[in-house]
Write a protein that binds this ligand. Structure first.
Ligand code: HAM
Length: 425
């Protein structure tokens, strides 16, 4: 018989308990920060009708990266590659009942058929933060501030990352000023989105295909903010708005911001501001996460426009960032005490001690292996449980327990009645 593979499916992860503690740490910091800004959690199924993504998610994801299958009723179903179309659908579904502005967040797993590599897997968890119903600088500042505050919460310094920011309308104005048609502008935007992944020569050739004779001017505008601002004029409405946003962020203490005209972000639904956070370390110089404003997405449901800005932050790129900057927490077991049982006669007493600790909210495990006492202690040590209490006949008789701190090797005698308060300290 062929033996089955024990490794997980390509590009997805198993989470053993130690991995889970790191994931829970990430989730808990995410939640603490977003909830402190007044965001509420929502959720949905990972299964969606395929057509949800056809209109606005973007060709690459839809045609090359989705997990799509037919269900038994011949309906085409897709495992969500991102959360934005789902949350837009949910908002559209109850548009009349919901009190705007909505501040919503979720932590879904999302699936993309990508070539697995550093920072890219086929399933990841993605914090989604979206603010629905407001189209002003205050909303933009708030959402970018949430993103910034999350990295700070994990212990990052301003110099560890940079927030690149752009407004797609600025590029639109540049295309208009160079008399490039809407259709060609769309194609050029796709090329610009790939700029960092191709050589400068290949970039130039690709641009030339759609901007015949205007390539040099276009590239010089894209490469220099000064040139771009000169072309459009520093009183151009979109430039003024972007500068105001950068100033407002500065007032909030967010100074590691850089206007980057080539920042596109792939999705077809972004209509204005886009932003992406990059790691500044040479070892991990890559995009960490990003988002933007999408004011028209609810159109696909035939509903009124609801202006929205949000972002998605993946656990994989965040973990790489924390690792690069030495910000990963040391592993700590969430079990505080392991009770070792020296003789079977002491088991009832050991059980009653365990029960009492548990009822008082202390996480405790008890030996059930019947192994020698030294092995029971070794087990606790291997599992990084900080305290052991060994219970034998002396303990049953005296009701005094020896609490051993494994990492420090300290031992303290504690009366049974004082045990709970000892661990609550
Ligand atoms: P996205 O840039 O495609 O945006 O994904 C957001 C983040 O999810 C990425 O920056 C990265 O951290 C993570 N991510 C994406 N794909 C992968 C992958 N294959 N493996 C590991 N991590 C990945 C969106 O999905 C937008 N829907 C975000 C958004 C929300 N915009 C507005 N609201």
């Amino acid at each position: 018989m062929k033996k089955l593979e024990t490794a997980p499916y390509k590009g997805v992860r198993d989470f053993y308990p130690k991995d889970m503690t790191l994931l829970s740490y990430i989730f808990s910091n995410w939640k603490k920060v977003v909830e402190s800004f007044g965001y509420e959690e929502y959720s949905a199924s990972p299964l969606e009708p395929t057509e949800l993504y056809a209109a606005k998610t973007g060709e690459e994801i839809v045609n090359e990266q989705t997990y799509t299958f037919k269900d038994r009723g011949d309906r085409s179903v897709t495992l969500r590659p991102e959360m934005t179309p789902t949350v837009a659908r949910m908002v559209a579904h109850k548009e009349n009942e919901l009190p705007f502005p909505l501040r919503w967040y979720s932590v879904p797993n999302v699936f993309r058929y990508e070539k697995p590599q550093k920072g890219r897997l086929r399933e990841h968890f993605q914090l989604n933060v979206d603010l629905f119903g407001v189209d002003n600088i205050e909303a933009d500042v708030e959402v970018i501030n949430v993103a910034y505050s999350i990295l700070k919460k994990f212990g990052a310094k301003d110099s560890d990352f940079v927030i690149k920011i752009n407004n797609r309308k600025i590029l639109g104005a540049l295309f208009d000023s160079l008399k490039i048609s809407k259709e060609k502008a769309h194609k050029i935007s796709k090329v610009i989105d790939k700029k960092e992944k191709i050589s400068p020569a290949a970039f130039e050739t690709a641009i030339e295909e759609y901007a015949k004779g205007k390539t040099e001017t276009l590239i010089s505008n894209l490469e220099s903010n000064q040139v771009l601002i000169q072309t459009l004029g520093n009183d151009h409405g979109e430039i003024v708005k972007l500068m105001k946003l950068i100033e407002a962020l500065d007032k909030e203490g967010i100074k590691n911001v850089s206007f980057t005209p080539t920042l596109m972000r792939g999705f077809d639904y972004y209509t204005g501001i886009v932003f992406e956070i990059f790691d500044t370390s040479e070892e991990n110089s890559r995009s960490l996460f990003g988002g933007g404003r999408y004011n028209d997405l609810l159109d696909i449901f035939g509903k009124r426009k609801i202006p929205t800005i949000g972002f998605g932050m993946g656990d994989v790129t965040l973990k790489d960032f924390l690792e690069t900057h030495d910000l990963l927490p040391n592993y700590k077991s969430n079990i505080i005490i392991h009770i070792c049982v020296i003789t079977e006669e002491a088991r009832d007493y050991a059980n009653s001690i365990t029960k009492n600790l548990r009822e008082n909210g202390i996480k405790v495990s008890i030996d059930i292996s019947g192994k020698k006492i030294s092995d029971q202690i070794k087990y606790a040590d291997k599992k990084d449980i900080p305290f052991v209490i060994c219970i034998g006949e002396d303990e049953v008789e005296n009701k005094i327990l020896k609490v051993k701190n494994i990492p420090t090797h300290e031992e303290k005698e504690v009366k049974e009645d004082d045990l709970v308060s000892f661990f609550r300290m």
